[in-house]
Write a protein that binds this ligand. Structure first.
Ligand SMILES: Nc1nc2c(ncn2[C@@H]2O[C@H](COP(=O)(O)OP(=O)(O)OP(=O)(O)O)[C@@H](O)[C@H]2O)c(=O)[nH]1
Ligand SMILES: [Mg+2]
Length: 448
């Protein structure tokens, strides 16, 4: 495919050693030649492929910067087009001036994710790769990195291909049995049974771990609950590694919920600190308390904090009843001031010193990572709602096709089979609509 030539800064804006301005498209080398002067006088058009060339960027007869320029001719480049990358000095002014010169020479500003989108549209990468590029850039934990790398390596694409092949094999078989009924025994439905069951099993395996994958990528919605003054905000600050929430010895300090994205071991949590739960006459505080209860109900993970230095009371037990059936980790906080005996399992903790943090990390990892880490080494995880829904729908259709083939005749299962294959096409982009492409790439950064 041929598109107009685009350019953008691919490194973060600000002060830095270097900035990279990336140009991609048919005219990339021509456009770069309009602003580049090499010492030897040789143009980039005459430069060998995959070389780095020293020179200056000149615009309106004025030297803007001393640069190194890489020339990479398509199709063996990131976008499959001709790509030129100008390495200039990393200051805000100079970067913008070089970019401006490149635009003036004829390049169009790249949209968010447009380089990756081109790689996809030019058929160099499939959609599972394209949509993991940003996951790799955004990865904050080892697990997120591993999942992104796994997708970049093509493991998900391979799995989707295998499932689709199992399904399309059946449609080819049915088609053949309709066209040449005498050659294929009508009663021989072994192929249909075996292939569709195989596809269903593979999809079940993907779906089984999909939620873990999604949660690991997006962060586990986690809420800290407990009575007033037990140390919830102190825990929030400890985990956020900054004074995020106000901490005082006055019960009822936190009145509204406070959110922060933090990493715990290999996981990311979307953590919310809440108002201490108690009966209160204060209107503002009671709204906060109600909110805390709702948040606890909706949370994927609850960290329940008690003050273990004094005996528990009815409020503690009421909160315990509220959260005990959820994924919950209980912290017996303030253990530096002594500990009372608790009627449930809890991790001895001190939010002031961080004592117990390792145990807390271990416990959360135990709930969410068990199985995932070994799993991703050799296999793959779905890590987005879009992919999960497509597999879920494909699975339903395949199961329905199998039932139809068993109960009625195989040819009646054709519609479901074709539809199932289409759902899988949405994942690797073998068949995809413009608006899905738009929503995927709009979350990208400009320059990628
Ligand atoms: N000794 C000791 N004091 C702690 C510990 N954790 C918190 N505190 C103190 O307990 C008091 C209350 O802490 P906060 O973190 O504000 O408690 P909270 O649960 O957020 O309280 P509310 O926002 O009122 O619901 C503060 O004086 C903290 O310094 C701990 O592990 N040991
Ligand atoms: Mg608080």
């Amino acid at each position: 495919m041929s598109f107009h030539t685009i350019a953008a800064v691919s490194t973060p804006y600000g002060r830095g050693g270097i900035s990279i301005i990336r140009i991609s498209g048919e005219d990339a080398i021509n456009i770069a030649d309009k602003v580049f002067r090499s010492k030897s006088g040789r143009s980039l058009a005459d430069a060998q492929n995959r070389t780095i060339n020293y020179g200056h960027i000149v615009a309106n007869n004025e030297v803007i910067d001393e640069v190194l320029v890489s020339v990479m001719r398509g199709p063996h480049t990131f976008t499959a087009e001709d790509v030129v990358e100008i390495n200039c000095h990393g200051g805000l002014y100079v970067t913008k001036a070089v970019l401006r010169a490149v635009y003036d020479a004829g390049a169009y500003p790249a949209e968010a994710g447009e380089f990756t989108k081109r790689a996809f549209l030019n058929g160099r990468v499939d959609l599972t790769y394209a949509s993991s590029v940003m996951d790799m850039i955004n990865a904050k934990t080892k697990l997120q990195h591993k999942m992104a790398l796994n997708h970049l390596n093509g493991n998900l694409a391979k799995r989707i291909r295998e499932i689709r092949e199992a399904i399309t094999e059946v449609s080819a078989y049915i088609q053949a049995s309709l066209d040449f009924p005498e050659e294929i025994e009508e009663t021989d439905d072994g192929v249909i049974e075996v292939s569709l069951t195989k596809a269903i099993n593979m999809m079940d395996k993907l779906l089984e771990n999909a939620d873990k994958g999604i949660v690991a990528k997006e962060g586990i919605p986690t809420v800290i609950v407990g009575k007033p003054n037990v140390g919830k905000s102190s825990l929030m600050n400890l985990l956020a590694q900054c004074e995020r929430a106000i901490v005082t010895d006055i019960p009822g300090t936190t009145r509204d919920s406070i959110e922060e994205v933090i990493t715990v071991g290999n996981l990311m949590l979307k953590l919310t600190d809440t108002a201490g739960i108690r009966e209160t006459g204060d209107t503002v505080e009671s709204i906060g308390v109600e909110r805390a209860k709702h948040l606890a109900e909706a949370a994927e993970l609850v960290i329940f904090v008690v003050d273990a230095s004094s005996p528990l009371d009815q409020s503690d037990m009421q909160i315990y009843e509220m959260v005990k059936d959820k994924n919950v980790v209980i912290l017996a906080n303030k253990n530096d001031k002594g500990t009372t005996k608790l009627p449930f399992d809890a991790i001895p903790f001190c939010a002031k010193t961080g004592d117990g943090l390792e145990k807390l990390t271990e416990k959360i990892e135990e709930i969410y990572i068990s199985g995932i880490e070994e799993f991703t080494e050799s296999d793959t995880l779905l890590s987005g709602e879009r992919e999960k829904n497509a597999v879920k729908r494909a699975r339903e259709l395949t199961a329905s096709a199998l039932n139809t083939a068993r109960a009625l005749t195989p040819d009646l299962a054709m519609d479901d089979i074709m539809e199932a294959a289409k759902c899988l096409n949405l994942i690797d982009g073998a068949e995809i609509t413009e608006d899905i492409i738009e929503t995927i790439f709009e979350t990208y950064c400009v320059g990628k």
